[in-house]
Ligand binder design. Structure first.
Ligand SMILES: Nc1ncnc2c1ncn2[C@@H]1O[C@H](COP(=O)(O)OP(=O)(O)O)[C@@H](O)[C@H]1O
Ligand SMILES: [Mg+2]
Length: 300
């Protein structure tokens, strides 16, 4: 894993400009010499429209230092489920009698699978693109994004409980195995090992999310009431995961908006303003010319 790669996440209400702001940031920072991968995590996949290029899972180079890829959520859901399937089959071979395949067809549509699939995609991307300085994630709508960011903490709560339970079972079994042959012992350890492995895995992700050198959370909002209140909700929820906003981005800014309203209501490290554009922000060259009109660019 590349220790220097930094992940920038763009979050916010639908339509505030997450995709546009993450595209602008990708272009600006790749022009500044950083090797950037822009990843579209939102199944709506607006980056293809913004750049007017049909992106896929395989990154496409759009200019020097900048490549863009999409995350195909259905592919990652299938991958997540087949990983789980494989592990269950290996650890609990007796369960095959229940014909697990039938259950997995239904589980695919169950709530909660998407965030596991996104987290799996995220981990693979981090592992794979170690040559990048920055990986910029254009995130899905708020509810899914918050589940994704909270998943390591939540999973750790569960796994630690399971670990306690497993240890209790082992304690009880020890008395039995004294008189029994040790064949069961291998299975018992396998499960505890698996739990410990998963705990370590989630701890690593949690540590990356909490490390300001490795993760930057960018909240995009518009100067209007609805996006204000959703942004506050985001900030509160992030706080409950022990995370905080790094950059606050006021997009579609217009004269007459009082920035001190933001200062009163939010805590953040840095404020970036993207004014409302008169021309559509579509296509690489219009994004580049928009960037040239900005007074300052402070996201890094
Ligand atoms: N600064 C801006 N000025 C003008 N139009 C913008 C600006 N930012 C975004 N838009 C437009 O607003 C719409 C929503 O932006 P988008 O980036 O797709 O939002 P999100 O990804 O948050 O849903 C798009 O039509 C986009 O072109
Ligand atoms: Mg979008």
């Amino acid at each position: 894993m590349n220790l220097k790669t930094k992940n920038l996440f763009f979050l916010g209400k639908g339509g505030v400009g997450k995709s546009t702001s993450s595209a602008l940031t990708s272009i600006y920072l790749s022009d500044a010499g950083k090797k950037v991968l822009l990843v579209s995590m939102d199944p709506a996949h607006n980056q293809s429209d913004i750049f007017n290029i049909q992106f896929t899972e395989k990154p496409v180079k759009v200019k020097e230092n900048l490549a863009v890829k999409e995350v195909d959520i259905d592919y990652w859901i299938d991958k997540y489920l087949s990983d789980v399937h494989f592990q269950i089959k290996r650890s609990y071979s007796y369960l095959t009698a229940f014909n697990l395949e039938n259950y997995f067809d239904i589980i695919k549509y169950s709530p909660g699978i998407e965030e596991y699939a996104l987290l799996l995609a995220y981990k693979e991307i981090r592992k794979k693109f170690t040559d990048k300085d920055l990986i910029i994630f254009d995130m899905p709508p708020t509810a899914l994004t918050l589940k994704f960011l909270g998943l390591p903490k939540l999973s750790l709560l569960w796994l630690q409980k399971l670990q306690e339970l497993r240890n209790k079972i082992i304690e009880k079994r020890k008395i039995i195995t004294k008189v029994k042959v040790g064949s069961k012992e291998i299975e018992r350890d396998k499960i505890l090992n698996k739990l410990e492995q998963q705990i370590e895995d989630y701890r690593n992700v949690e540590a990356v999310f909490e490390d300001k050198e490795k993760t930057s959370l960018n909240i995009v909002l518009n100067p209007d009431k609805l996006s204000f209140s959703e942004s506050k909700l985001i900030v509160d929820r992030l706080d409950s995961f022990n995370l905080s906003a790094d950059n606050l981005i006021i997009n579609k800014y217009g004269d007459g908006f009082d920035v001190s309203e933001i200062e009163k209501n939010f805590s953040y490290n840095n404020l970036q303003i993207f004014p409302q554009s008169d021309t559509p922000l579509l296509g690489l060259s219009s994004l580049e010319s928009y960037l040239r009109t900005l007074d300052s660019f402070t996201i890094s």
